[in-house]
Design a protein around this ligand. Structure first.
Ligand SMILES: Cc1cc2nc3c(=O)[nH]c(=O)nc-3n(C[C@H](O)[C@H](O)[C@H](O)COP(=O)(O)OP(=O)(O)OC[C@H]3O[C@@H](n4cnc5c(N)ncnc54)[C@H](O)[C@@H]3O)c2cc1C
Length: 591
């Protein structure tokens, strides 16, 4: 089955472009080989095919409910959690699968049914405990969570503290026995309560009494729904949000400490909570990027199939030949453009995410300090881009997929309307696009004197040099060189504002900078894929479907360079424009 993603494309990226098996040369990943990677991907696809994909609509139509303080979700969620727990339970430290493989498992699951967004939260929370908590907390919680019996959450957001986590007020009061009493409210907590698991373990940000203001006074606490002796822990589900999409997973409003009896346990050291949480947030950002591309992949699969089957109109040159049969809409240039745009976004974004995950793997496993630093810094730089491009452009891709279906795309007879609603959250949670963009320009581009960007641009230059060896790729290699220079020019034009301390001016259009950066980065990924495709055509002489696959890669790369890359011209003009129109002034513009 698996029409929601292309296994051929996945294998191409994993083994031909990123040579994932090379990672097994690092001792940390040495237990693995291609066979273990493939087995895991097969097993997850099986879960996707049998438990998830068939219930994609059903989960949307039967939303979670909060009644008398209890939250019920679709019973298939329980079956899914059990299947994942049975198949993938592992010791502390996990199966030690490289992130490049692990993250595509998430991609497959989310493409099959993004409404079952439960296990990523649990494994992220469990890894936080495994990395930073006391031995006692690790022994008590990690195994049950990874086994699928206990749900994990990340509980950060409060009514007054969304993008601005420094304003968190949930309090933690120290007790004589070493535990804390928690009081406060959290909103939008995904999987924050449900009936298909035995306990919910919140990894919660709170402020220990007397802690300094701002982010330096935030601690990480483990707060279960039920304590180990089975008593309720005074975490009340006070509300459930009714959402546009991703309706299979409840987003909860939680109140802690109504009866002054909510117990929490400190994870790691006091006041270091946000640092710890960043581990989970960085993983989660790659995860959300993957969700964006997964939803876009499912939409692309559905619209491609429809475009091949739907007859409508005749070719523009034969419009008056009414006796001739109607043609499948895939033959109309405008429909072909929409399909190519989707393919370019989906396969380009997936490649970018896998590149980012590979950086995480090398940064983690390498024993060479220089290599470790290089990949760590590239990971830092690429993470906000890998969260943003696949989600923002994933929305564009899904919208184009819906458009391919015409009026039918707007109906409940096809999955596009649901995918269109589902993907809308992805540029919002895990840090909005605005916040990711400020992170990219304001923090990552200025980090360590610009070292992360130097490493990244060095890698892009390597791909350009490889592409220049192939006559057919030379024009696009040249274009990417120009893009790189343009991006550097824009960056240099903005940096003086940072140096003058005018941060508002510096970051005013950070989101447009992100857009430009994203296009250039994905152009690099497309050129990288095209180099591999061209080399394979020359050296291995494939034929039939295989040749068509590689030629399709080169064609889509050209599409990206000729349809998407030129957009950076307009962005660069704006980014260097000194007309300031959006900064708040005393005399406000009437909007
Ligand atoms: C379905 C769903 C699931 C969620 N799951 C979780 C979860 O599991 N755990 C959790 O802790 N949270 C969760 N969230 C919360 C989510 O992370 C927040 O909604 C998000 O961080 C934005 O916060 P906010 O909604 O308060 O928006 P605000 O922070 O009020 O932002 C509103 C707008 O203002 C912009 N803005 C805000 N500050 C700035 C600034 N300084 N500069 C420029 N622009 C700015 C934003 O970019 C945005 O466009 C979830 C939310 C939803 C909707």
């Amino acid at each position: 089955m698996a029409q929601y993603y292309s296994r051929r494309n996945l294998n191409f990226l994993l083994y031909e472009v990123f040579n994932a098996t090379e990672l097994t040369h690092y001792p940390y990943y040495s237990a693995h080989d291609r066979e273990t990677f493939d087995m895991t991907i097969d097993a997850v696809t099986q879960i996707g095919d049998t438990i998830m994909f068939p219930h994609f609509r059903d989960l949307d139509r039967n939303q979670p409910e909060l009644k008398n303080g209890k939250v019920t979700v679709h019973p298939k969620v329980g079956e899914y959690l059990k299947a994942m727990g049975d198949g993938f339970s592992f010791e502390d430290g996990g199966q030690q699968l490289p992130e490049i493989v692990n993250s595509i498992l998430g991609f497959i699951l989310m493409a099959a049914n993004n409404g079952m967004m439960y296990t990523g939260l649990t494994s992220g929370a469990a890894r936080l405990i495994a990395s930073f908590a006391s031995e006692e907390l690790k022994q008590t919680y990690v195994e049950k969570m990874l086994g699928g019996k206990w749900q994990g959450t990340m509980a950060l957001t409060e009514p007054q503290a969304g993008s601005s986590l420094s304003d968190i007020t949930t309090s933690a009061t120290p007790q004589a026995d070493g535990s804390y009493r928690i009081k406060g409210q959290k909103v939008f907590i995904s999987a924050g309560d449900h009936d298909q698991c035995e306990n919910i373990i919140h990894l919660m940000l709170a402020r220990i009494d007397g802690a300094p203001k701002g982010t330096k006074g935030i601690s990480l606490l483990l707060v279960p729904k039920y304590r180990l002796d089975g008593t309720e822990n005074d975490v009340t589900s006070t509300g459930i949000y009714h959402k546009l999409g991703q309706r299979g997973v409840p987003a909860m409003h939680l109140t802690m400490g109504d009866r002054d009896d909510c117990h929490g346990w400190l994870v790691g050291e006091p006041h270091r909570g946000l640092n710890y949480m960043f581990q989970m947030m960085n993983e989660a950002r790659i995860g959300v990027g993957m969700t964006g591309v997964a939803i876009a992949s499912a939409a692309y699969g559905a619209s491609l199939q429809y475009a091949k089957e739907r007859p409508q109109s005749r070719r523009l040159n034969e419009k008056s030949a009414l006796d001739s049969p109607q043609i499948p809409i895939i033959q109309h240039p405008d429909v072909k453009r929409m399909l190519l745009l989707q393919k370019a976004i989906v396969e380009g974004s997936l490649s970018l995410l896998m590149e980012t995950a590979r950086c995480a793997d090398i940064a983690h496993a390498s024993e060479d300090p220089e290599e470790k630093e290089k990949y760590h810094l590239m990971l830092e730089l690429l993470t906000p881009v890998a969260k943003t491009y696949p989600t923002e452009m994933g929305m564009v891709a899904v919208s184009n997929g819906l458009q391919v279906l015409g009026g039918y795309g707007f109906t409940e007879d096809f999955p596009l309307e649901q995918l269109y609603r589902d993907i809308r959250i992805t540029p919002i949670y895990e840090g909005t696009t605005g916040i990711q963009s400020q992170d990219l320009l304001g923090r990552k581009m200025t980090m360590k004197g610009g070292k992360p960007a130097q490493y990244l641009f060095g890698e892009v230059a390597k791909t350009i040099a490889e592409a220049e060896n192939h006559e057919t790729l030379k024009p696009c290699a040249q274009k990417l060189k120009t893009e790189l220079a343009r991006l550097q020019e824009v960056t240099m034009a903005l940096m003086p504002f940072a140096m003058q301390g005018d941060i508002e001016r510096f970051l005013m259009d950070a989101t447009l900078y992100m857009e430009m950066f994203g296009i250039s980065t994905v152009a690099w990924q497309w050129l990288k894929q095209a180099v591999v495709a061209q080399r394979t055509i020359v050296t291995q002489n494939p034929d039939g479907e295989e040749l068509a696959f590689y030629e399709g890669k080169i064609h889509t790369m050209k599409f990206f360079f000729h349809y998407e890359v030129p957009k950076t011209l307009g962005l660069a003009v704006r980014l260097k424009d000194n007309e300031v129109l959006t900064i708040a002034t005393e005399k406000e513009v009437i909007l």
